[in-house]
Write a protein of this length. Structure first.
Length: 317
C-alpha cells in the first residue's frame, strides 16, 4: 500500500506488526499474538484519530490516492451487464470519460464517469481522467438515450478538470461542457451523481448536475484546484494548503453549504485501505438516492433539479 505523507506514523506501526507476524511465523514457533493484538488496537486508535481530524489539504491527498477505486473498478464491482458505448458521433472516442448501459442491483440504467487509470500506461491511455469535448458530447448522447428509454442516469465524478489542450479548445471544450451540463438539467429521468475522488471545475459539473449529488467522505469538489488557486492569488504553489481551506472543498463543508445532498462514508483509513467495502458503501448510497425518487414523474424530476441549482444561486454560492 502507498502511504501518504501524514500517514508515516501509521506506516511505521503497520511495519512493526508485519515484523512481529513474520517473526512469530518462523520455525521457533514463538507466540506473539498478545503483542500483535496490542499493536493492532493501537493502530485502530491511531487511524481513527488521524482520519477524524484531517485538514482540507490532507483530504486532497486522500482523494487523489492512486489506490482509490476508479470508475472501471466500481462498474466491475457494483454493476452487471455493462455494455460500454463509444464515440460522440461527431469526432471520435474519448477514454477519459466512459459510459454505457448496465444494471445496478437489478435496475437497468445508464452509467458514466471519469477514469483516471491505475498505472502509468492506463493513466496515459485515459488522459488522467481529463475529458476532451468528444467525451462530454458522448455524455450528452448517453443522457439523451437514457431520457428516450426512461433509464435512470448514474454518474461517477473523478477528474482534476477538463483537458485544457489546444486541440480540445479548437473543438469547442467550453461549449461541450455547457451543453453536457444542460443535458443533465433537461433530462426527465432520475440523475444521481457521486464525487468519488476529485471533482474539478466544469469538467466535473458537466456530468454532476443531478437530482441527488453524493460525495464520498474524503473526496473533494471545487471550482479550481488548490494549486491553481494558489498560483493565481499568491503566485506560488506553496500556498495550496491555505487555498484548500479557503475554497471549502471537503464533503463536510459542502454539505453544510447545501452544494451536495449527502456524504457516503468511507472505511476507516480511506477508500484506498478497503476498496471493496468502500464500493459497497457507495452502492448503498446510490441505491438510497434512487429509491428516494421512485414514483416521481419526469417533469417533476426536471423541475426539482432546476430548483435545486437555482437555490444555490440564491444563497450566493
Amino acid at each position: 500500500m502507498t502511504f501518504l505523507e501524514f500517514e508515516k506514523p501509521i506506516a511505521e506501526l503497520e511495519g512493526k506488526i508485519r515484523e512481529l507476524r513474520s517473526f512469530a511465523g518462523g520455525s521457533d514457533g514463538v507466540d506473539l499474538s498478545s503483542e500483535v493484538g496490542q499493536l493492532e488496537t493501537k493502530l485502530g486508535k491511531l487511524l481513527k484519530e488521524t482520519y477524524s481530524d484531517l485538514s482540507p489539504a490532507q483530504k486532497i491527498q486522500v482523494a487523489r490516492h492512486p489506490e482509490r477505486p476508479h470508475f472501471i473498478d466500481i462498474v466491475e464491482h457494483l454493476f452487471t451487464d455493462f455494455t460500454p458505448l463509444a464515440g460522440d458521433r461527431a469526432f471520435g472516442e474519448d477514454l477519459a470519460l466512459l459510459g454505457g448501459l448496465a444494471r445496478f442491483r437489478g435496475t437497468a440504467c445508464v452509467v458514466m464517469g471519469h477514469e483516471k487509470g491505475s498505472d502509468t500506461d492506463t493513466r496515459i491511455k485515459h488522459n488522467f481522467g481529463m475529458a476532451r469535448p468528444e467525451g462530454y458530447r458522448k455524455a450528452i448522447r448517453l443522457m439523451e438515450m437514457a431520457d428516450r428509454f426512461n433509464l435512470p442516469v448514474l454518474t461517477l465524478v473523478d477528474t482534476s478538470g477538463a483537458y485544457p489542450g489546444i486541440g480540445a479548445e479548437e473543438r469547442g471544450q467550453a461549449e461541450a461542457i455547457a451543453r453536457s451540463t444542460d443535458a443533465c438539467l433537461q433530462t426527465e429521468v432520475p440523475v444521481v451523481t457521486c464525487i468519488v475522488g476529485e471533482g474539478g471545475s466544469g469538467g466535473a459539473v458537466a456530468i454532476a448536475a443531478g437530482n441527488k449529488v453524493l460525495m464520498m467522505e474524503h473526496a473533494m469538489y471545487s471550482v479550481i484546484s488548490p494549486e491553481g488557486c494558489a498560483s493565481i492569488l499568491w503566485r506560488t504553489n506553496e500556498k495550496a494548503a491555505d487555498a484548500a481551506s479557503a475554497l471549502k472543498i471537503t464533503a463536510q463543508d459542502l454539505l453544510k453549504l447545501g452544494v451536495i445532498d449527502s456524504i457516503v462514508p468511507e472505511p476507516l483509513g480511506g477508500a484506498h485501505r478497503d476498496p471493496e467495502r468502500a464500493m459497497n458503501l457507495l452502492g448503498d448510497g446510490l441505491e438510497r438516492a434512487l429509491k428516494d425518487m421512485a414514483g416521481i414523474d419526469g417533469a417533476r424530476l426536471k423541475e426539482l433539479r432546476r430548483e435545486k441549482f437555482l437555490a444555490m444561486g440564491d444563497k450566493g454560492l
